[in-house]
Design a protein around this ligand. Sequence first.
Ligand code: TYD
Ligand code: MG
Length: 457
Amino acid sequence: MAKAPARTFVCQSCGAVTAKWAGRCESCGEWNTIVEEAPREAAPKGITAGQGGRRLGFVGLKGEGRPPPRRLTGIGELDRVCGGGLVPGSALLVGGDPGIGKSTLLLQAAAALAGSAPVAYISGEEAVEQVRLRAARLGLDEAPVSLAAATSVRDIVASLDAPAGPDGPGVVVIDSIQTMYSDTLDSAPGTVGQVRTCAHELIRLAKRRGFTLFLVGHVTKEGTLAGPRVMEHMVDTVLYFEGERGHPYRILRAVKNRFGATDEIGVFEMTDAGLMEVDNPSALFLAERRGNVSGACVFAGIEGSRPMLVEIQALVAAASGGSPRRAVVGWDSGRLAMVLAVLEARCGLALAGHDVYLNVAGGLRIGEPAADLAVAAALVSAASDTALPADRVVFGEIGLSGELRPVSQTDARLKEAAKLGFSSALVPVTAERPRARRRAASPETARNEAGGPPLAR
Ligand code: TYD
Ligand code: MG
């Protein structure tokens, strides 16, 4: 008699499989994310040579084909983040919080692409009329996009399975993958098993038929929808759409890209007429800056291939008893703790009895260690209630012994600062590049100050 298959429990956040249910996933630490799923069919055991397997035809590394032509969406910020346009037969995952603007971005991209290729937009979240209303609001209702509301992957595959060309699709948008279901599984849409199977079927079709596939995925901590993490290894490109609530700015960030550089970002502004590209993000991020306030420091950063200026704001307030608060928006809280520790141990600036708040203005999230010095400058400025010169930018990495480390692309950072009217910079001295040469890179504008003992005063 066949043995009943063992029960399997799958974490909806990270995809870890366990034999028994638990309140907290041991592998990612999330609570209430473990759900029972139908077991997968066991893999056949003991495959050996001579059991009917086909022999592979191996080839050399050098091919004759040229790289496939890329399809431009016409939205410059999106094209750049994708590595210079869309690659036919590739799959892109666009992740982000609900309400951040994923559907808006992809509807705009679909409409822009529809002029040059057949585009299908399949919504599992909104009814056809709702999408039409949005298109009308965005002024895109004349674009020849094929729109459908569907959630069955079987139906979708049946409808799209045509050779690329006038009949087959060139670009397909699935909004969102968490609403799709495959009838080969018992579990509910949005569970890890469903998300994985649906994504797998759609990606296979995209590769076979050579169309570009956009999959929208919600990022959410609640256990009801699977995190798009489980799909990240299946797709070619992972884009995250981020932004702070209440801010109009949205950042599209490539975190994985088989066809281009990661860390590239695209900047958009959400307006009444949809998402607008931001050509000069530094000017935008600095637009609300008020001069001559303590605790503010302009950081000259690099995001992907572009220099970007952004204001870092710090507030230091006497703690009202208990352990002091450390609140950070847009930067790593561990890194803030390190900078605070270095300021205390090496510069004698003790903030242990103070609440410290740090904010990167405009909703940008900075990952570069080059922001250390700007954060330290903002903290010192806030603690001493002394404003930094309004025309100064700051960047540099801080080491644990209080030393300043040079960072990459100094010239590009200084050039962007000069472009926006800044005339002085507080930066680490670069050992291998004499100061005279660096000055020559931006003669009138950057007055570079020596590292020396950092922030001694
Ligand atoms: P949406 O694209 O539906 O987000 P997602 O698909 O990521 O869930 O965007 C929803 C938000 O965007 C909503 O709060 C309204 C806002 N919005 C605008 O501000 N302007 C617009 O033109 C559109 C279409 C949406
Ligand atoms: Mg949506």
